[in-house]
Ligand binder design. Structure first.
Ligand SMILES: [Zn+2]
Length: 815
């Protein structure tokens, strides 16, 4: 240890102490961050986890490898998961993809990993890799994965996906990762990528739980048993005081749309994680027996390893000294002075990315230990093309040593600007450098984010600040990458409803839109909000304060009933008082559905996650009342003819289960109860969860799905009222469905139920339980696994016609 340096630093501290209040004691989080930054200096290895969807990543292993071993961990996702369900909000499809991308970032933050996306469209559940390849292209999938491997250069890849089980997206991902392992190292594969990213040989590929079955070797001898690495997630992380499994669960819970997740790790601990080696580089050493990580046994070339040896204090790792911050700082400054993690050009050229990774980790450790950080501030969350914005680069010294500022650089829109900043910072102070940024007129928009899921602009425009700082003559760089949306001066955030559906009962009424607007300017905006389309035209003045968000009602009285309007869309625009090009524009599809509900029907409904039921009932002109669980428990239900339980309603409202007898009584007394699909673990009787059979006669559901949107539909009971009254249902009503036919189809049901429809994916047996209906007492009970809600939401006329029959089903209102 360099005592002279240490003394100098103490001197600084003492002098400073006379003037400044000493910085507050460092919190546990600070300590964990510092520990991580120092641990990161000890591992030059990169492990990549490949996953099909957000939440398919192996969070436990990612957590262990980073938090215990300091490895660089990246995850690579085939999709954003936008084809999934949403357990917490109304968003589906691209809007859900945006949320899941952010959930993935939050989970990665917990795991200490770095997420990347291949950006394939998640078109919902599929049953085979072939179906997935038809949508994505097998070669295209390989091309994108190879590029990411060449750019990110993992030493080892791990994946939860094999080639044959589960979701077709999982199988496809499992198959492509096997191919990509070889292709990334082959210069004949995708040579056009090589200018951007040279070939890269991954050393090992591991697949979760499934080692390749031992094969015979060429001389007839049995192959050695598969090489397995087992990780124990139940070990307690001494730095954070919780197990790695608990940390991984906290990460998993960030994928909230895919919940509900377990609240705690099971009492006996999480299961050990087993990985089998399925591919290795020709030169890779064997996996040692009892390997603790998938990296064990790998070695860097001696010259590289020598240059990447971690700095120490008296031969001990720096992590031993987290409570002696100043000594660590001196050790890091000395290491930087000695040129640790740098080498002669030709040696660096053999593995530039690894040297870059370790140098940036050294700078990060210096920032963490010295308390230096940099942040970007701005007036609003978005930048407007053609407008000037005031940004600030704030450099903070939260440590104990004086820091010199050599320079502060800003990078954005392809240009670099040097900022004027103070030349030094005393401990416990910060300094801000101001920047006036003109956003180029040509800067492409990044909002609404759902329209930028696949174009690389999902997270907005990257803006970088680098601060070159000096302590005791040693210079290091502290960086931040911030993102800002590029938005029009006024953004149309949301239009409700969209699509706009009308039916015979509503087509004569004025159209009513709710339009949510945000003013992204730092000045007032006055203009016109307008609806236009063939035979309708209206507008109203709007006046928005700087950065204000407001919802405006727009009522359009049309001369024609909407059934006769020819335009498939109406346009909603924001214009200047003297209109030129609209400032913002949204097209809203206008749909006319020839669907009627039997007259006098009173409908009650309990929505789950979105407003589809509310909007659809309004479009049908139904006399509908939104109900709460409290209403079910206490109010007079006999005023209703039909009550609807929305998708996954017994999950969204678990307190509905104890009052379910009230719903069954409602049926007994003559009502129609319509229950949309549930997942198996939300529906099937389960004593330990206090859940009885919820239907009046038993229904047991399974995992069966029909994923082909055009899977044939058979009318098993063509004369059944559900297919005839009041709307005559034909095959046309099942055309153009979105996403799938249905999911979690019942496998067993009581013979009291009539089965009305049958459907199946190609090559599979027909599923007849997707629409079950039975009389019970004086009323009727209907359970359906068809995804009516997705068709209603998408504005499919056939969906409205069948939905109208479902709610019209049962006795006529007698009183
Ligand atoms: Zn998945």
């Amino acid at each position: 240890m360099n005592l002279r340096k240490l003394r100098n630093l103490w001197l600084v501290v003492l002098l400073v102490g006379l003037v400044f209040v000493p910085p507050p004691a460092h919190s546990e989080t600070d300590k964990a961050d510092m520990h991580q930054a120092l641990l990161d200096l000890t591992s030059p290895w990169t492990v990549m986890c490949v996953a099909a969807h957000p939440d398919d990543e192996d969070g436990s292993t990612l957590t262990i490898l980073r938090r215990k071993y300091g490895m660089h961990t990246v995850s690579l996702f085939s999709t954003f998961g936008e084809g999934g369900q949403n357990a917490v909000g109304p968003e589906l499809y691209e809007e859900l993809g945006v949320i899941r991308a952010h959930e993935t970032m939050a989970a990665a933050e917990v795991q200490g990993s770095e997420p990347h996306f291949l950006g394939f469209r998640d078109f919902g559940f599929s049953k085979s890799a072939e179906e997935t390849f038809r949508a994505w292209g097998e070669k295209e999938m390989l091309r994108r994965m190879v590029l990411q491997i060449r750019l990110l250069r993992p030493d080892v890849i791990i994946t939860n996906h094999d080639t044959t089980s589960g979701h077709g997206h999982h199988q496809a991902t499992g198959r492509i990762v096997l191919q990509a392992f070889d292709a990334a190292a082959d210069p004949k594969q995708f040579p056009e990528q090589l200018a951007l990213a040279p070939v890269w040989q991954v050393q090992r590929l591991f697949v979760r739980n499934r080692a390749q079955a031992p094969e015979s070797t060429s001389n007839g001898q049995p192959a050695p048993p598969p090489q397995i690495v087992t990780l124990d997630p139940n070990e307690t992380d001494p730095v954070r005081g919780v197990t790695y499994a608990q940390q991984a669960l906290a990460g998993l819970q960030k994928h909230a749309t895919q919940g509900p997740w377990p609240k705690t790790v099971p009492a006996g601990g999480a299961r050990p994680i087993r990985y089998g080696l399925v591919r290795q580089a020709p030169s890779a050493p064997p996996v040692p027996a009892n390997a603790k990580t998938p990296i064990d046994g790998l070695q860097l070339p001696e010259a590289v390893a020598a240059k990447l040896a971690a700095p120490t204090i008296e031969g001990k790792p720096l992590t031993d000294f987290v409570d002696r911050r100043l000594e660590v700082l001196v050790a890091l400054l000395n290491a930087k002075r000695r040129g640790v993690f740098t080498a002669a050009k030709d040696l660096v050229a053999t593995d530039p990315q690894r040297f870059k990774l370790m140098s940036s980790r050294l700078d990060n450790a210096l920032a963490e230990v010295s308390g230096a950080s940099v942040a970007l501030t701005s007036e609003g969350p978005a930048l407007v093309p053609g407008e000037e914005s005031r940004l600030g680069a704030v450099v903070t010294n939260a440590g104990v040593a004086e820091i010199q500022i050599k320079q502060v650089k800003f990078r954005g829109f392809g240009t670099e600007t040097k900022l004027n900043a103070a030349d030094k910072m005393l401990p416990g102070t910060e300094t801000s450098a101001e920047l006036r940024l003109l956003t180029p007129k040509s800067a492409p928009l990044t909002v609404p984010a759902a329209e930028h899921l696949y174009d690389g602009r999902l997270f907005g425009e990257p803006l970088d600040v680098d601060a070159e700082l000096t302590i005791e003559g040693v210079t290091f760089t502290v960086s931040t990458e911030a993102h800002r949306d590029i938005a029009p001066a006024v953004e149309i955030v949301d239009v409700d409803p969209s699509p706009y559906v009308t039916t015979p009962a509503t087509s004569q009424k004025p159209l009513e839109f709710k339009v949510k607007l945000t003013n992204h300017l730092s000045s007032d905006f006055r203009g016109i909000l307008r609806v236009s389309g063939q035979s309708l035209e209206t507008g109203r003045e709007i006046d928005l304060k700087p950065n204000e968000t407001e919802t405006s009602n727009l009522v359009v009285r049309t001369a024609l009933p909407t059934s006769q309007i020819q335009a498939p869309n109406v346009a909603i625009t924001v214009d200047l008082p003297i209109p030129k090009e609209p400032i913002a524009k949204r097209n809203v599809p206008l749909v006319y559905a020839d669907a009627i509900v039997v007259s006098g029907r009173k409908v009650g409904y309990i929505p789950s996650y979105d407003q589809t039921l509310e909007r659809s009932l309004a479009a049908l002109g139904a006399d509908a009342t939104k109900l709460t669980v409290e209403d079910i428990a206490k109010s007079n239900l006999s005023v209703f003819n039909t009550i609807i339980i929305d998708i996954r309603g017994y999950e969204a409202h678990q307190d509905l289960i104890p009052v379910n007898n009230r719903l069954l009584k409602f049926v007994e007394d003559g009502g129609t109860l319509l229950v949309f699909y549930h997942r198996t673990n939300e529906w099937n009787p389960n004593e330990s969860r206090g859940r009885p059979q919820l239907a009046p006669y038993p229904i047991i559901i399974a995992e069966d799905r029909v994923t082909q949107e055009d899977a044939p539909i058979t009318f098993l009971l063509p004369k059944h009222p559900l297919l005839n009254f009041p709307n005559k249902i034909t095959q046309k009503d099942f055309a153009n469905w979105v996403q799938e036919r249905g999911l979690y189809f019942p496998r067993q049901w009581d013979p009291q139920y009539a089965t009305v429809l049958s459907t199946n994916d190609t090559g599979e047996p027909p599923l007849k339980g997707g629409l079950l209906v039975a009389p019970y007492g004086k009323g009727n009970y209907i359970y359906t696994s068809y995804v009516w809600y997705r068709q209603l939401r998408a504005g499919l006329p056939g969906g409205y016609r069948f939905f109208a029959n479902l709610i019209s089903y049962g006795r006529k209102k007698e009183d």
